[in-house]
Write a new protein. Structure first.
Length: 363
């Protein structure tokens, strides 16, 4: 900073104020300092700045997987929010139990970040308690954590909504395909399954455990083929299949069509996510927006870092919506009730989405 100050003809403290974006620097001086910094290829040292401010200028992300559609979309919208606030992004990936145990033992984010975003983790009580010990804001993303800052969709409501839509089409034998990640993490699967069962119960249909099967969420078609075969071998096979991830739903479509079962004439298929493959496959689905989730999580992280008095227990719930495509249809040869709680509007593929709501708001 001394070199920049000499070239710009100002004091080192003025350089510091300028590069921190403070408003106490005149526009003319700001231009001179920024030009000098560019000419000298000067970059602020996060480590040096943290000694004076107590902040690293870094927001960390903890995730079990990185190479997923959800994480890619969320990070694409999270990173610009942090850059605009002058913050860097640090990512910790724990794809197996050994690396996960090492992270929670060392808690490296304590020394290297101002906030931690925890993406799609099924934490044990001990792990959650360890994160509570961090002296930085911790935000749970794509999941809700009681008493802790969280950004998520209502997976239970999404599962209930999708099942209710299939019920409205006249289906009564509705199967549910659960998915598991490479290390056994269930992500939002359990809550979507809860919503599915709630909708059946509300319709007076006892949940049938034979109609709930498990497949892989990472494109293992063999597991999906086995799951679909298990359903088709039942004495009373389902007439609709609700897969809790689009990637699994597309594999279900492929398996049914290879088996000579027409979709949706003989079997309706519904997914969850609105992944790109859902659009390519003309798959009806319950849509969420990982881009919105990443953006809102970044805004919340920024506010908690900048305002020590902000509420660290607030929840932000984002909406889901039903997208109607060609993989679902009314049950053939049966009179079906008119849909009352399925699509949001006649144009269910409309890009317009509801605004995020904070817990405690009206419905």
């Amino acid at each position: 900073m001394v070199d920049v100050a000499e070239r710009a003809g100002v004091s080192p403290s003025t350089v510091s104020r300028t590069l921190r974006g403070l408003s106490t620097v005149s526009p003319e001086v700001r231009v001179r300092v920024e030009q000098a910094a560019r000419e000298l290829n000067f970059a602020v040292s996060r480590q040096a700045a943290s000694l004076a401010t107590g902040k690293t200028g870094v927001v960390a992300v903890l995730t079990p997987v990185l190479n997923s559609w959800f994480m890619g979309s969320a990070l694409d919208s999270l990173a610009p929010i942090l850059r605009a606030a002058g913050m860097d992004l640090l990512i910790y990936v724990t794809p197996d139990m050994a690396e996960r145990a090492d992270f929670f033992e060392r808690l490296p984010a304590r020394r290297n970040a101002d906030a931690l975003l925890v993406f799609s983790f099924d934490l044990t009580e001990e792990e959650a308690a360890r994160l509570d010990d961090l002296e930085i804001p911790v935000i749970y993303v794509s999941q809700h954590a009681e008493g802790r800052a969280s950004v998520y969709i209502d997976d239970v409501a999404g599962g209930r909504r999708g099942t209710q839509y299939l019920l409205n089409l006249g289906h009564r034998r509705i199967a549910f395909v659960k998915t598991v990640g490479p290390s056994g993490f269930s992500f939002s699967s359990n809550e979507r399954l809860t919503g599915y069962r709630q909708a059946l119960t509300e319709a007076g249909i006892p949940p049938d455990d034979d109609l709930v099967v498990t497949a892989s969420s990472f494109g293992d078609k063999r597991r999906v083929v086995e799951a679909v075969g298990q359903l088709l071998s039942l004495r009373q096979p389902p007439t609709a299949i609700f897969a809790e991830q689009d990637q699994a739903a597309v594999s279900v479509l492929w398996t049914l069509r290879k088996s000579g079962i027409d979709v949706p004439e003989r079997m309706s298929v519904l997914g969850f996510d609105d992944h790109e493959v859902a659009r390519w496959s003309d798959l009806s689905t319950i849509a969420q927006s990982p881009s919105d989730i990443g953006r809102v999580a970044g805004e919340l992280a920024r506010s908690l870092v900048n305002d020590p008095d902000a509420d660290r227990g607030q929840h932000i719930v984002l909406p889901t919506r039903l997208i109607l495509r060609a993989s679902t249809a009314p049950l053939a040869h049966e009179e079906t009730p008119s849909p009352q709680c399925g699509a949001d509007s006649p144009d269910a593929d409309s890009p317009h989405a509801e605004s995020p709501r904070r817990s405690g708001d009206g419905p």
